[in-house]
Design a protein. Sequence first.
Length: 202
Amino acid sequence: MANPTVTEIRKIVTERRLSDIPRGVDRSNPAFRVLLNNVDAASVNLTGYISKVEFVDDDEDAKTIEIKMANPGGSITDHPSVVEGATVSVWMGYVGALDFMGQFKLDQPEYDFAGDATISLKGKGDEADLADTEKTRSFTSKTDSQIAQEIAQERGWDFEGDDTKVVHEEVQQTNQNDILFLQDRASLSGYQVFVDYVFRDG
């Protein structure tokens, strides 16, 4: 775990309410955890280079992450985990109370060799795959949960959710990306849609 006294950690929009933080957690002691290609940054001696972790979720665009790292003498310029397309998983919060922010795909790293050399890593959450393409299609004789399961299976994802039971004769997805379509369908029945990730050792 990086020393939070030298690390700037920001969560924009999705800050926990004080009532949501478990009792006894020190709110003056922020913390984070980063996996790069499913390898803990601490285990490959990269955590100490991280000077900022910023997460943004504005409810309209995909979740984004920005990680700023020191790069003294270009020492981590060619690190195999700091490359375009790398998968980054991020937890943020406080010591003893970390929240999973999501899994992200890195854009091309940005290097600054002036003064204190740094690397900026930016990426979009995998929800971006759901948000990129608007589609027009219809689902026939299916429940909303069956529709959600079908869209999840298209992406090779597992589906977990209640059986909504009501079979619709036809449901139209008209010029909508998948995530907005699913959110609209869920809101009609009082449900919410989440894309979540589970990591297992090994």
